[in-house]
Design a protein around this ligand. Structure first.
Ligand code: NDP
Length: 262
């Protein structure tokens, strides 16, 4: 790329691109879908709660965006296969996959049940792999490359009490991102991860008003949780050609939380 190419890649935005966002029915995923639609992409929003997706579709369409809704349970292989069969059949294989669907439950490890463990791993780790693998196969079959953005967490890089299955699943996503980037570079599929710090959504609703949550805020160098729009820069960068030489990266957006002093 020449000197002006990065600037023009950013200026072009995502016009003509198709972006699939999993877990788009609330929180970060819904925000990302609106962001990409505003920047000219056709967005495909997928999750289990279809009534939420319908409301999101209306909102995006009312703002002039282009959007399609899809039922998806990332813990169910048949559901993933059905989605990509539909997208392939409609000649609508995404150029960008935002692997965002995730769950969290809080319990000290001695109290973690097998069901909690399995559900977290099935959704956050196995689900992310299956969606990425199926998307990559569809991209290859459609004769194109792409960009996969896995939503990890700073808990994939450091630990906190009460979140063992979640932290393990996100650490797996970090390592998966690097391993897939290595294998898929030859196919022109870039794979990067974003590791958000704390952003208030349904996954952690109320936590920041608890004593533990207030104590945690004091350990963030910037002394506050993030505003969801503070993820926009990295999400646009990784989805666009402005990041054409980035693959296997894990980008933290956390107010300095990962570098908090010991
Ligand atoms: P939300 O709970 O608001 O959103 C989670 C989304 O995942 C929902 O849209 C939900 O949709 C979807 N989801 C859950 N299980 C499945 C499934 N089996 N199949 C398909 N979709 C599913 O939380 P956030 O927006 O905060 O979380 C989004 C991602 O960001 C998660 O991966 C989370 O771990 C990560 N993250 C969040 C942080 C934060 O501070 N908020 C920090 C670091 C990472 P539905 O129930 O309709 O299927």
């Amino acid at each position: 790329m020449g000197d002006d190419s990065i600037g023009s890649a950013l200026a072009r935005g995502l016009a003509g691109r198709t972006v699939l966002v999993t877990g788009a029915s609330s929180g970060l995923g819904a925000h990302f879908a609106k962001l990409y639609a505003r920047h000219g992409a056709h967005v495909q929003v997928a999750a289990r709660r279809l009534e939420r997706l319908d409301a999101l579709r209306s909102e995006i369409a009312a703002a002039g965006g282009s959007v399609g809704t899809y039922a998806l349970d990332v813990s169910d292989p048949a559901s993933i296969d059905a989605l990509f069969e539909e997208l392939t059949g409609a000649n609508a294989v995404p150029d960008v996959l935002v692997n965002n669907a995730g769950i969290a439950s809080t319990a000290l490890s001695l109290d973690v049940g097998d069901d909690d463990w399995q559900a977290t791993i099935d959704t956050n780790l196995t689900g992310v792999f299956r969606v990425a693998r199926t998307a990559a196969k569809a991209m290859l079959a459609a004769g194109k490359g792409g960009s996969v953005i896995n939503i990890a967490s700073i808990l994939g890089l450091r630990v906190a009490a009460g979140l063992v299955p979640y932290a393990v699943s996100k650490a797996g996503v970090v390592q998966m991102t690097k391993a897939l980037a290595l294998e898929w570079a030859r196919h022109s599929i870039r794979v990067n991860a974003v590791a958000p710090g704390y952003f208030e959504t349904e996954i952690n609703a109320g936590y920041f008003r608890t004593e533990a949550g207030a104590a945690m805020l004091k350990r963030i160098p910037q002394r506050r949780i993030g505003r969801i729009e503070e993820l926009d820069g990295v999400m646009l960068l990784l989805a666009s050609d402005a990041s054409s030489y980035m693959t296997g990266s894990v980008v933290a957006v956390d107010g300095g939380h990962l570098v908090s002093g010991l």
